[in-house]
Design a protein around this ligand. Structure first.
Ligand SMILES: Cc1cc2nc3c(=O)[nH]c(=O)nc-3n(C[C@H](O)[C@H](O)[C@H](O)COP(=O)(O)OP(=O)(O)OC[C@H]3O[C@@H](n4cnc5c(N)ncnc54)[C@H](O)[C@@H]3O)c2cc1C
Length: 464
């Protein structure tokens, strides 16, 4: 057991910004991240052992991330990379494990910046080799310069699809088609709200133009129906969908591909905020739970701040600004930044954040999540990949009276595996809602239990 003034969990844009701001105001910060190198998703770095070839040259955001990491280290932040925060006890005691050791840090303040993960959507064929998530494909290409395939179909919704397609084309892959679930109609309605965010709009237009020049078919208002193949993916069936993302019968189209990248949005990582006892609320536009926070990013647990995609998916620019605000909040709480000094800096940050959130709100409206996507799975489709539970088995539990995700879990073992329900939890909640005819918010969430992420027995045993 040791003490710390501030523990930041997550070394992506949000966590790095929080650590930098707090450290600049004299706070002693410990920054924990489970990757070997800091950076999170947006700043994901190339492995240190990579050769200095042209292919392995860092892209713009990797270079930007490197500068931020160097600054954080130069401010004296204690960096615990390759370490997992696997539990939070008594609201602000953080349990951190390396490969062979675990320690508990009693913190005066905690900043959670754990990011998000791909929203898992079960459909027939989703477990075939060659079917992967948009985030997974990005990690392969950005972090390892590896293409997921040569002829790649990209399906899903949201701006990340354009980023993935850009990396695929740049890496020399053929993008068979990009299927966007949103209808993308009447976009002129948003023109006045997008005008203040021309830099983001232009970036999106550049990516879209690349697709057009590469003659990639862009099918808007389309969803995947199933992936095909026996030992590996050979293609997929897609179909037109309604505003709810439910497929429209009779509009099926077959496409051949050797990889299918699926990205129906991201969901916040809430394991630690739930373990800490923070209050959460349902965000209709994002189609997921988010922690309740005040305007300084403080959760309902005093001294515990939550920032970045882990508090509602909003992208790297918002993550940086929220991290900065939380860093100011930490400094204020510890008495390093008082009165007017804090308000002046915090007000400026809140103004910038408000501006950025305007863009995010438009994105949430254009790419509004459609729960109809959860109607794709049939009874034979695997729901829980860790415990190999099918949709049909979960349905039996519901028909026997299971009306809450935890009841279905106790009955079938769904959500009890290595990922602790991250892959099946959201889909199961929608399945329960459909089967019971109640809103998804009443399906409940899996009860959080430590370890929030896998840790070795050696690490746990080291606690004695
Ligand atoms: C897989 C994936 C790939 C993405 N790729 C891109 C992209 O290429 N371009 C783009 O614009 N946006 C991308 N995004 C969106 C991106 O998440 C955000 O724009 C941005 O990175 C959010 O910053 P953040 O700091 O909130 O979270 P992240 O950048 O996700 O950082 C969170 C960090 O916390 C760590 N962490 C989480 N839980 C724990 C724990 N318990 N213990 C220790 N460490 C923990 C994570 O491993 C990660 O390093 C991607 C998202 C995902 C999920």
């Amino acid at each position: 057991m040791r003490a710390a003034e501030c523990v930041v969990v997550g070394g992506g844009p949000a966590g790095l910004a929080a650590a930098r701001t707090a450290a600049r105001h004299g706070v002693r910060v410990t920054l924990v991240d489970d990757n070997a190198e800091l950076g999170g998703q947006y700043y994901r770095q190339l492995p240190a052992a990579f050769p200095g070839t042209v292919e392995a040259r860092p892209v713009r955001e990797q270079a930007e991330g490197r500068r931020l990491m160097d600054e954080v280290r130069s401010l004296g932040v204690e960096v615990m990379a390759g370490s997992v925060a696997w539990g939070i006890f008594d609201q602000r005691t953080v349990a951190v494990a390396t490969q062979d050791e675990t320690r508990r840090i009693v913190a005066d303040t905690v900043v959670l910046a754990p990011g998000a993960y791909d929203r898992p959507v079960p459909f027939p064929g989703w477990t075939l080799p060659g079917v992967l998530t948009a985030g997974g494909a990005q990690n392969l290409m950005k972090g390892y310069r590896v293409l997921p395939g040569r002829r790649v179909l990209v399906v899903g919704s949201g701006p990340l699809l354009l980023v993935v397609a850009h990396y695929l084309l740049e890496g020399g892959a053929r993008v068979v088609a990009l299927c966007e679930a949103s209808p993308m109609r009447n976009l002129w309605r948003y023109a006045h709200r997008l005008l203040p965010h021309l830099n983001f709009v232009q970036q999106g237009r550049r990516y879209r133009q690349e697709l057009i020049e590469a003659r990639v078919p862009i099918l808007t208002g389309h969803v995947i129906l199933r992936a095909t193949g026996t030992t590996e993916v050979t293609g997929a069936a897609v179909a037109r969908c309604d505003a709810d993302w439910s497929p429209i019968p009779g509009s099926e189209l077959m496409l051949e591909a050797d990889a299918v990248v699926v990205g129906y949005g991201l969901v916040s990582s809430l394991e630690l905020s739930r373990l800490a006892g923070c209050e959460h609320r349902w965000d209709q536009a994002q189609g997921g739970w988010v922690p309740v926070r005040d305007r300084d990013m403080q959760s309902t647990v005093p001294g515990l701040f939550i920032v970045g995609d882990g508090a509602g998916v909003a992208g790297a620019a918002v993550a940086l600004e929220e991290g900065h605000l939380a860093g100011l909040g930490v400094a204020q709480r510890l008495g390093r930044l008082v009165g007017r000094d804090h308000s002046a800096e915090a007000n400026r940050a809140r103004g910038r954040l408000l501006h950025l959130q305007g863009f995010r709100r438009v994105m949430d409206e254009i790419f509004r999540f459609g729960p109809g996507i959860y109607s794709l799975a049939d009874e034979q489709t695997t729901l829980c990949r860790c415990e190999e539970v099918t949709v049909g088995e979960a349905l039996v539990a519901m028909r026997e009276g299971g009306r809450h995700v935890n009841e279905v879990k106790a009955w079938t073992r769904v959500g009890m595996g290595r990922c602790q329900g991250r892959m099946c939890g959201p889909a199961l909640a929608h399945l329960v809602a459909r089967e019971t005819g109640r809103p998804v918010t009443e399906s409940g969430v899996f009860t959080p239990r430590p370890p929030a992420k896998p840790v070795t027995l050696a690490a746990l045993a080291s606690e004695g």
